[in-house]
Design a protein around this ligand. Structure first.
Ligand code: CMC
Length: 371
């Protein structure tokens, strides 16, 4: 038995949700460029869960279901006051909160299709409220209740700031949600599938996935990109900073990918959004700095930027706290995780690979006093 480090190139399952073929990303056969330019996040949720685009009444029904389920019970919100909320990372808070959400759902152990769909709606609807309520409570602010007249992206921004977002902000945020919704068998999606393939419940699957997304080699990279840009501080420092990091053999966050070779097709959309939004805010330096970092890095390494690189300056321009960038990734990706969990349940088999053993040969047990 020989192993493949990091399962590189291993095809671990079949899926008809999203594909990456020759550096082209599709959701259910629709090119991500097409979806980014035309589809709303709610349409994409429907597409991923039902494997077809919704008709008008179906989309309206999904929007209504999400809207009806966004509010969090007060007892749930009270939990935020039971731990040192200003000291925990929002991804850790989100991981625990989603696990807690399962305890409030009387049907969490019901594995019927109806119960699983209700859980899907509950998770997708409430994850936005959890992230925004946490962000406010830790600053000593009251959570803002969702508004029935706002769509998913607008509601998120509204619940975060308490102010009605501008149209350009809603459009940008909605597009970012579309771009992050699914991505074949990425680490967190694989984690979710491994978890529920034991026939565990959906809340367990999503909790596990959030834990996997948190790491800086995966979703956690977007927060690290912003940290790097803040450290660089000004456009002129970009080249020297990158040279020094590479000389120390450090990784530059937001670059490289396990699957893409020529480039991540999502990055160009975020680059353009970063250009527009930083200009609108009069903070072009973040975009200009990002461009110089990209040029300096790619001059040395043939590794193009991934989805996380330009999303950092996009979210910063929307006035979002930097440690909320990865939770926002989760708010979007939960749609993909749910699609994969439902697909796994439909045709389940336990996921249980093998390990190539590299430890010592057969040994004889030595009593403790003789060691
Ligand atoms: N900066 C500098 N060197 C890099 C980078 C980078 N960002 N990415 C890869 N390399 C180098 C790496 O040092 C190694 O070089 P060598 O062979 O000389 O040791 C080579 O490229 C292969 O790297 P690897 O880490 O073995 O590649 P992988 O396929 O296991 O990792 C990756 C893919 C995305 C984890 C990696 O490119 C990386 O760590 N990037 C930075 C973190 C990041 O941006 N993650 C987000 C990924 S995309 C969206 C998401 O999942 O959230």
């Amino acid at each position: 038995m020989t192993s493949t480090r990091g399962l590189e190139g291993v095809v671990a399952t079949q899926s008809s949700i999203s594909s990456i073929i020759d550096d082209t990303l599709t959701y259910v056969g629709y090119n991500i460029d097409d979806l980014a330019d035309n589809a709303s996040f709610e349409e994409v949720i429907y597409l991923l869960w039902h494997k077809r685009l919704p008709k008008e009444d179906e989309l309206a029904e999904l929007k209504q279901q999400l809207s009806d389920n966004m509010s969090l019970p007060q007892e749930f919100l009270n939990h935020f006051k039971t731990y040192p909320i200003d000291k925990v990372h929002p991804m850790s808070a989100l991981r625990s909160a989603v696990s807690l959400l399962g305890l409030y759902d009387e049907k969490s152990e019901d594995m019927s299709d109806e119960a699983n769909y209700a859980k899907a709606i509950n998770l997708q609807a409430k994850i936005a409220t959890i992230v925004t309520a946490f962000a406010r409570v830790r600053k000593g602010l009251e959570p803002v209740a969702p508004r029935a007249d706002l769509g998913y992206a607008a509601n998120f921004l509204y619940m975060l700031s308490g102010k009605e977002p501008e149209e350009i902000e809603i459009e940008a945020f909605d597009k970012a949600l579309v771009l992050h919704a699914d991505h074949e068998l990425n680490a967190s999606t694989f984690t979710a599938r491994v978890c529920v393939a034991t026939l565990s419940d959906m809340y367990s699957g999503i909790t596990s996935a959030i834990g996997a997304l948190k790491g800086p080699l995966h979703g956690g990279a977007n927060e690290q990109v912003m940290k790097m840009l803040a450290e660089i501080g000004s456009e002129e420092n970009a080249e020297a900073y990158i040279q020094e990091k590479l000389a120390n053999r450090e990784k530059i966050m937001g670059f490289g990918h396990r699957v893409y070779r020529q480039g991540d097709p999502r990055a160009k959309h975020l680059r353009e959004m970063s250009k527009q939004l930083t200009k609108l805010r009069g903070e072009e330096k973040w975009y200009n700095m990002s461009i110089r970092v990209e040029a300096a890095f790619t001059a040395q390494k043939n590794l193009p930027p991934n989805v996380d690189f330009y999303s950092a300056s996009v979210y910063h321009s929307l006035g979002i706290d930097h440690d909320l960038f990865t939770p926002i990734f989760a708010v979007s990706r939960v749609s993909g995780w749910i699609a994969h969990i439902l697909e796994q349940y439909e045709n389940n088999r336990l996921i249980r690979p093998r390990a190539e053993y590299t430890g010592p040969g057969m040994q004889k047990y030595i009593p403790i006093e003789e060691r």
